[in-house]
Ligand binder design. Structure first.
Ligand code: UDX
Length: 457
């Protein structure tokens, strides 16, 4: 009998989880308060730009429902995933408003004999118990016809935007934290097709060669919650470390790509997340590192390493503006082209996108800014209303009469632009490559002066 699953929150974590589980045969109902979003989803359209999600939604549609009605989604559910946002407050602590209302909604609507409530959102350490108490209070408030037992588990997500589905179907590991062993068994059973890789791989998301199983790690609640923070903070640290070494390598005339390769060949270090450049953005690294620091401070710990990762990363964006100031001396009235707005390629997500801060600082210094992104333009025009920006109709337009062009997001299509045309269109021929995407020698042959962040010029 297929499990009845409810997902609260249809963002890229909730929707990816719901679509994947429905593809694996669970009966999934996704609940969201955003009626517009639910309407789009009911029409079979995907409101987020996530490769292959719409196709898998279509394959799984017989097991997939969307609603704004909590009772419809939660009453019969045996497993309820809470996948709502936990954005940062100004002081770095996570805003738990949405998590609290989701927990209240669960308590007020569950009816199944035994329900496992799963925190999928990144939640502060110790939230599992807090969520359980909110569910209990709300549950007591409803006149339940039959006794429901429930328990809370933590099942952190490790999904990267742009590859969220493959990160779920072919995960490195599934982590489940729970104090009740029954909750672990329910989730182990739910994930069985993933753990054993027995599901039919979708044609557009083939199983990697030789990929046979997924590690299933059961732990206690706090450990599972801390695994999530520690994983993201470490990945963020790894990137900030290579960026710190990149700045030194610029000074001494070394090549950071060789350094990254040279240390990455050590199996204890590994070669991923050593790409020097403008550094990290996105909805997780900044938020999770800040939350980890805030949690440490609650316990009187200073967390110097996590703090250093954030500080180095913030500086990378400033360095872009410094390099432009150094090159152009005066930014007032100068025209700067920006290639790429999304925080990374293959997504339209602008949360903590480095481009925002860089554009803001350029405008503050009196520059005129023209931007282009293959996917995130519409979102930027909606979310960045406060910024006086010219939105180009194509990548080549950002070179027109520009005094400098900066590559901020390494969309592959930018690597094959007509740089000879670009060179003749520019007023001042200066390219700042923030991600090491361009072939410096090729651009220099066309008379374009280039600086690559992390490479000696
Ligand atoms: C991240 C984690 O990878 C994922 O496990 C977690 O669940 C959510 O947060 P995401 O933020 O979607 O995923 O993207 P990711 O691919 O990790 O990149 C994060 C940022 O780091 C991007 O801005 C990217 O440009 C930057 N990055 C990544 C680097 O600057 N250098 C690298 O080598 C890798």
């Amino acid at each position: 009998m297929s499990k009845k699953v409810a997902i609260i929150g249809t963002g890229y974590v909730g929707l990816t989880t719901g679509v994947a589980l429905s593809y694996l045969g669970c009966e999934v109902t996704c609940l969201d308060v955003d009626a517009e979003k639910v309407k789009t989803l009911k029409a079979g359209k995907c409101p987020i730009y996530e490769p292959h999600l719409a196709e898998l939604m279509d394959l799984a549609k017989k097991n997939l429902k969307f609603t704004t009605d909590a009772k419809e989604a939660l009453a019969k559910a045996e497993v309820i995933f809470i996948a709502v946002g936990t954005p940062s407050n100004a002081d770095g602590t996570p805003n738990l408003t949405y998590l609290k209302s989701a927990a209240q909604s669960v308590g007020a609507n569950i009816e199944s004999p035994f329900v496992v409530i799963v925190n999928k959102s990144t939640v502060p350490i110790g939230s599992g118990n807090w969520v359980e108490s909110i569910v209990r209070d709300a549950y007591r408030g409803q006149n339940q016809t039959q006794k429901s037992k429930f328990t809370v588990a933590s099942n952190p997500e490790f999904l990267r935007e742009g590859s969220a589905l493959s990160d779920m179907l072919y995960a490195d590991r599934i982590v489940v934290g729970a104090d009740d062993p029954k909750a672990v068994e329910v989730l182990r059973d739910l994930y069985k097709p993933l753990i054993e890789q027995t599901f039919l791989a979708p044609g557009f998301l083939m199983r990697p060669e030789g990929f046979k199983s997924v590690h299933f790690l059961a732990s206690d609640l706090q450990s599972a919650e801390l695994i999530k923070y520690a994983a993201n903070a470490f990945l963020a640290l790894k990137i900030s470390f290579i960026n710190e070494i990149a700045e030194l390598s610029e000074k001494v005339g070394a090549d950071i790509t060789h350094i990254a390769k040279g240390i990455g060949l050590d199996s204890r270090i590994g070669n991923r997340f050593l790409q020097a450049g403008i550094g990290w953005g996105g909805s997780c690294f900044g938020k999770d590192t800040a939350a980890l620091i805030a949690t440490g401070q609650e316990y009187g710990l200073n967390m110097p390493i996590s703090k250093a990762a954030k500080d180095v990363n913030s500086r990378q964006r400033i360095r872009v503006v410094d390099i432009l100031m150094n090159e152009l001396k005066i930014l007032k009235g100068k025209k700067i082209g920006i290639l790429g707005l999304a925080f990374k390629p293959f997504t339209d997500d602008l949360r903590d996108a480095p481009a925002y801060e860089i554009v803001q600082k350029l405008i503050e210094r009196g520059a005129k800014v023209v931007v282009y992104d293959p996917v995130a333009m519409e979102r930027a025009q909606k979310e960045w209303k406060g910024l006086e920006i010219e939105y180009a109709n194509g990548a080549m337009e950002v070179f027109q009469e520009s005094d400098a062009v900066c590559l901020i997001t390494e969309w592959p299509e930018f690597a094959s632009l007509a740089f000879d045309e670009a060179a003749s269109a520019m007023r001042n021929k200066f390219i700042l490559d923030g991600r090491g995407l361009f072939e410096q020698a090729k651009l220099q042959k066309l008379g374009l002066k280039t600086t690559i962040l992390g490479r000696s010029s």
